[in-house]
Design a protein around this ligand. Sequence first.
Ligand SMILES: [Zn+2]
Length: 178
Amino acid sequence: MLVSIKELCPHCRACCGMRILFGMSSGLGPSPYLCGRCGKAFTTHRREWNEMGRWFDPQDAGKLRYLVVSLVYVLLIGVVGGALVATAIRFIQIGRQAEEVPLSDYASYGPYSVLIGVGIGCIQILRVRFSKQRSLPVPRPEYVSSFFSFHTNLQLLVLIALVLPGGICWLIGYGLNQ
Ligand SMILES: [Zn+2]
């Protein structure tokens, strides 16, 4: 698919991550990894904050790229996540007849979008902090890659965290509004 990229262990092809937002990646994270399935070592495109180029280095502006990608995350996940939350609340109030909150109805979901956007922004700032802390030891430890690792699969885990409560609210609404 054009919109997503699967990350696979090069040895056993175990999937350790999905980049779902048009294959976009902030490029921040630990590397190397040990495959959670076959145990062999491999590296990814990820780098720690201190290894990224200077802000406006024309050859390698990794930090600027991180900032731009983070802002896209805040906007995109904020808008879509806000609409999902507003829909989930409708499920609880109305039950399964509730219609989804459309993206054009931003008055209904705007406040939730702001909250989610701030949350995503905080995650991106904390990731830089954690990266700086990890950067100290040399040689660096190998992290275990897995589908459930937030190092290699953060986007999908965030998506699940947004969609799962909606599903639970649908069930609650279904039960409450029989
Ligand atoms: Zn493997």
